[in-house]
Design a binder for this molecule. Sequence first.
Ligand SMILES: Cc1cc2nc3c(=O)[nH]c(=O)nc-3n(C[C@H](O)[C@H](O)[C@H](O)COP(=O)(O)OP(=O)(O)OC[C@H]3O[C@@H](n4cnc5c(N)ncnc54)[C@H](O)[C@@H]3O)c2cc1C
Length: 449
Amino acid sequence: MKKRTFIKLCTAAATMPPELTSFASPEKLTNWAGNIEYSTENVASANSVAAIQDFVRRHSSLKVLGTRHCFNRIADSKQQLLTTDFSGQQAIIDSAAKTITVGSGIRYGTIAPPLEAKGFALHNLASLPHISVAGAISTGTHGSGAKNGNLATAVSAIELVIAAGDIVSLSRKNNPAIFSGAVVNLGALGVITKVTLNAQPTYQVAQTVYEHLPLDSLKQHFDEILSAAYSVSLFTDWRSQRINEVWLKHKIDSAKQTAKQPPEFYGATRATKNLHPIAEISAENCTEQMGVPGPWYDRLPHFKMGFTPSAGKELQTEYFVPRHQALDAILAVERLHERVSPHLMITEIRTIAADDLWMSPAYKRDSVAIHFTWKPEWPEVSKLLPIIERELAPFNPRPHWGKLFTMSFAQLRASYEKLSEFVALAKKFDPDGKFRNDFLNANIFGGAS
Ligand SMILES: Cc1cc2nc3c(=O)[nH]c(=O)nc-3n(C[C@H](O)[C@H](O)[C@H](O)COP(=O)(O)OP(=O)(O)OC[C@H]3O[C@@H](n4cnc5c(N)ncnc54)[C@H](O)[C@@H]3O)c2cc1C
């Protein structure tokens, strides 16, 4: 929310308990990118589990907002929006169990430095640290790395307030039958209040960027290139048969390892200064490169906390394909370059390890994600998406739940073998559809309202 707007909105209702603030917005709230205006002006904020329970019991339809970084209407509500604010509560770091337990609205960028200070790290982060833990795990948000699962794979326990207002605590250890269905939950199961994440001993990462990788090199050395570092990102505008930038994030976990990388990488040349993924934009907002080691949380994301990530005014789309078919899928997109490039800022290609989370786009599939940062030109982009989806259809693509896509319910159902179990779980926690919205009805519940 823009600060100016937020201050204007904040008229606390007298009947509310002190930990619950409700406000009606004179302007409609938008998502981060500004392409979505949420469908209600009713926004409340709760900062205790009791207030959330009370709120959920008193409302028949609501959606929870994280940091509003999704590009589609997955978080939208026509009736009521709720944000959770546990910023007054300390994260609990359990050094023996190697876990961190956080309140749901908190951002990765906020929890990372204290975790690091205690000698711990998370296994991975997305391109930006600005997003909330609850919002990220709910949509299967990911970073990169052939052996790295998405961010939700670090979750070992989760607490939700379900539709009846009751608290449900689930852990991988105690609730194996449904835990895998509850983590990437698309906001459909209830209000997440607490999340426990597995941590590991802290580590340093050094980031090296190479420019101008010939597409032919990628064709010949696809697996080697995508596994050349702990996390690898390829950026291309598809314009000239090349990958514009290769970002290698090397884990520096032994004194023997050197951060300095060779000047050449499969025909690409080492950059001589920090770069933004979109070369025309200043690298000021990007994490340090040039092989300079730094803490995991200041290298795994491409963008620094406190600075605008990516381009700002943009749209995003992403499709996950099985890793063993990824090169063919990438070449299928490349054949569309004349149509795609004019509306594109940049494409990013990343790897995600397979997981067991029912609604994860990497469910049981080692995956490669082909991402598009579009110019804010929805009329044109909306015509392109079905074309890209048609070309990717032979690879059974799964769209990112938080980004823009046009695939049908039938296509989604065909690619998510656990979808009916997920629907059953949602109906158990939320029998009357309190947490459903148009997005979920169309894409998950098959048109049922
Ligand atoms: C610039 C930019 C870069 C991005 N980079 C990446 C990337 O590198 N990798 C990637 O995978 N994605 C990326 N994304 C997408 C982003 O990570 C996802 O859209 C993510 O879900 C956003 O989290 P959020 O906190 O903003 O959630 P929101 O957009 O606010 O909500 C997302 C979903 O989570 C639900 N939710 C949020 N909080 C709760 C809660 N407490 N209880 C229950 N449900 C809740 C919402 O109802 C909604 O369904 C990027 C987005 C942007 C804008």
